[in-house]
Design a protein around this ligand. Structure first.
Ligand code: GLA
Length: 353
């Protein structure tokens, strides 16, 4: 089979790699406050092939998805396009002292864009894996995720946490990955047997760089300062009265952080005890908290969560950065076909992944 690299450059690649999309099951917006998260890789992938380039200090690139051939000299700033994620990875590698020769890069993907399932982290992780392989770089999977995050925050300009790159780099398909962002403790947690983790795009594309994400990050820093703690990770249930006494909207932002971290810990216990009903309830509580306290949902996503529950999901919630994007729902395998048809009928703009 002819690869994307061969189509673009007429020769074979020297190395290739792929990396998955993700859905977050619980622990939303907690990663940039040193909290807990519980994402899982999804069976959608971005593949990156690399080989030696012909133009000094430049990446020549091709994307099958965008049908776009382009190139960018190293040292040139972001341009607001897909190549930013590749160029960002190269820029961070160079910043960290790695010698990156001229490269050719070809990208293909089956990850839906704008669905909030982290196509960007998958592109970063696949790019870095392919370059690591090609140049034989001594970078482990955690460091690789950190370089991807640095590319996205430092080059692309999206001040994201580390969850997406970590699960894309370290997660196992079919398992949830519990991550304590502060201590880097991590472990795989079994997903409920006999149930499906359904991801459904609301039809409203999410927009993070210009959206409210940055504002939430800043509100969290302000709330932590007002509570006298380094990070909102450092408040717990005993601090609820102090949290509630903060001015709006810092009280809501801090309350979401505190309760969401508790829910992640409870969800890990529920999953390990095979208690799907409890896990589903925690998902619904998380959605309510995102909608009412963190205010990252939109009406189309709320309607989709309500339809998902009305038609028999055990739990459903907004997943990812929010302001549009997808929901994740827990549905019994044998009810899935009927559930999907009913949700589609009620929310015609939605797209099950
Ligand atoms: C985006 C970011 C992540 C995380 C989520 C919200 O996906 O990239 O770091 O903050 O939003 O949980």
């Amino acid at each position: 089979m002819t690869t994307a690299f061969e189509i673009a450059f007429g020769t074979g690649a020297a190395a290739s790699a792929r990396a998955p999309a993700r859905a977050n099951l619980l622990g939303e917006h907690t990663d940039y406050n040193e909290g807990y998260v519980l994402p899982t890789p999804l069976p959608f992938w971005t593949g990156v092939e690399v080989g030696p380039g012909l133009v000094a200090d430049t990446v020549e690139a091709y994307s099958v998805h965008f049908q776009d051939r382009c190139q960018r000299a190293y040292g040139v700033a972001k341009q607001g396009d897909w190549l930013d994620y590749v160029a960002g990875c190269i820029a961070i590698l160079r910043q960290r002292g790695y010698v990156v020769p001229a490269l050719r890069v070809a990208v293909e993907t089956n990850i839906p864009m704008g669905a909030g399932v982290s196509s960007s982290a998958a592109l970063e992780v696949a790019t870095l894996r392919a370059i690591r392989h090609f140049l034989d770089l001594p970078i482990d999977d955690t460091e690789l995720a950190l370089i991807g995050q640095a590319a996205e925050s430092g080059y692309v300009g999206m001040p994201c946490g580390i969850m997406d790159q970590m699960v894309s780099s370290l997660g196992t398909l079919g398992q949830a990955l519990f991550l304590d962002i502060r201590t880097r403790e991590r472990r795989n947690v079994p997903l409920p047997a006999g149930h499906r983790i359904a991801v459904v795009h609301s039809g409203v594309s999410h927009q993070l760089v210009d959206g409210g994400y940055k504002q939430r990050v800043e509100e969290c820093h302000a709330a932590a300062a007002a509570l006298g703690v380094p990070w909102l990770r450092d408040v717990g249930p005993a601090d609820l009265a102090r949290i509630n006494a903060l001015p709006e909207p810092l009280n809501r932002r801090a309350r979401h952080q505190m309760t969401e971290n508790q829910r992640v810990l409870q969800a890990v216990t529920a999953l390990e005890a095979h208690d799907v009903v409890r896990f589903g309830r925690l998902m619904c509580e998380s959605h309510a908290s995102q909608r009412d306290d963190y205010k990252v949902s939109v009406p189309a996503v709320d309607a989709l969560v309500e339809a998902a529950m009305r038609h028999g999901a055990l739990g459903a919630r907004l997943t990812g950065g929010g302001f549009g994007g997808s929901i994740v729902a827990l549905v019994a395998d044998d009810a899935y076909a009927r559930w999907e048809a009913a949700v589609r009928a009620e929310c015609p703009a939605c797209r099950p992944l």
